[in-house]
Design a protein around this ligand. Structure first.
Ligand code: PEP
Length: 247
């Protein structure tokens, strides 16, 4: 039986004051039985990490550098994220892939550095609307997964979380139907099971893309959906907690 993980990706939102309020709201609310994590902007990681100490909520980063240290202006290393108290690091979010041109290879290198630093990567994969309409959803997610498997081996997926996030559902209010999401989750698990059944059985595969308190229950009841990566709805403590309770 896999635990359910609900992770909030706050993206580049908020201010010091609003972030403090959000953490207070989450900490003092009913967090239910799901595993919870929040991924604030990097500048707030230390502050949020301190506030979450002793709570059931884990800390995650929104990205991690593929290098350990050195002349990489603007990047944050895995070691620094560990020091800040992070348990997770998102890698390969579609906004990073599309807006900052992060290739499958770079995402795989970031994944590797997360593992080497003792972080659990949350590897985001998913197709664009055009790719879905072209009927190539499975080959797109397979290619994104293979970039990691080919360099790290299937066993490395034993230390990660995968987030299936159809790009057309992110921040659009257009959620995948439970059947659409389940079909891709089952494909992902099946692909990994063909390489390593034990890894596939225990792998948490999250759905991401306009999940909210109204649609979370049905999505999370699918057999291969083990949680959610939440953007917009994670910015309100009550909505984030309502999703956690729906789990
Ligand atoms: C995301 O950015 O990972 C995401 C799922 O966003 P939203 O929930 O806002 O669609």
């Amino acid at each position: 039986m896999r635990a359910t993980l609900i992770a909030g990706n706050w993206k580049m939102n908020g201010s010091l004051q609003s972030v403090i309020q959000l953490v207070e709201g989450i900490k003092t609310g009913d967090v239910g039985t799901a595993q919870l994590a929040v991924c604030p902007p990097a500048i707030y990681l230390m502050k949020v990490g301190g506030m979450l100490e002793g709570s059931q909520v884990s800390l995650g980063a929104q990205n991690v550098c593929d290098q350990a240290s050195g002349a990489f202006t603007g990047e944050v290393s895995g070691g620094m994220l560990k020091e800040a108290g992070c348990r997770y690091a998102i890698v390969g979010h579609s906004e990073r892939r599309a807006l900052y041109v992060e290739s499958d290879e770079l995402v795989a290198a970031r994944f590797a550095m997360a593992i080497e630093s003792g972080l659990i990567p949350i590897l985001c994969i998913g197709e664009t609307l055009q790719e879905r309409e072209d009927g190539i959803t499975e080959s797109v997610v397979a290619r994104q997964l293979d970039a990691v498997i080919d360099t790290q081996g299937a066993a490395a997926l034993g230390n990660c979380v995968i987030a299936y996030e159809p790009v057309w559902a992110i921040g659009t209010g257009k959620v995948a139907t439970p059947e659409q999401a389940q079909a891709v989750h089952a494909f992902i698990r099946g692909k990994i099971a063909a390489l390593d059944t034990a890894v596939a059985d225990k792998l948490q595969i999250l759905y991401g893309g306009s999940m909210n308190p109204g649609n979370a229950g049905e999505l999370l009841s699918q057999p291969d959906i083990d949680g959610g990566l939440i953007g917009g709805a994670a910015l309100k403590a009550e909505d984030f907690l309502a999703i956690a309770q729906a789990a």
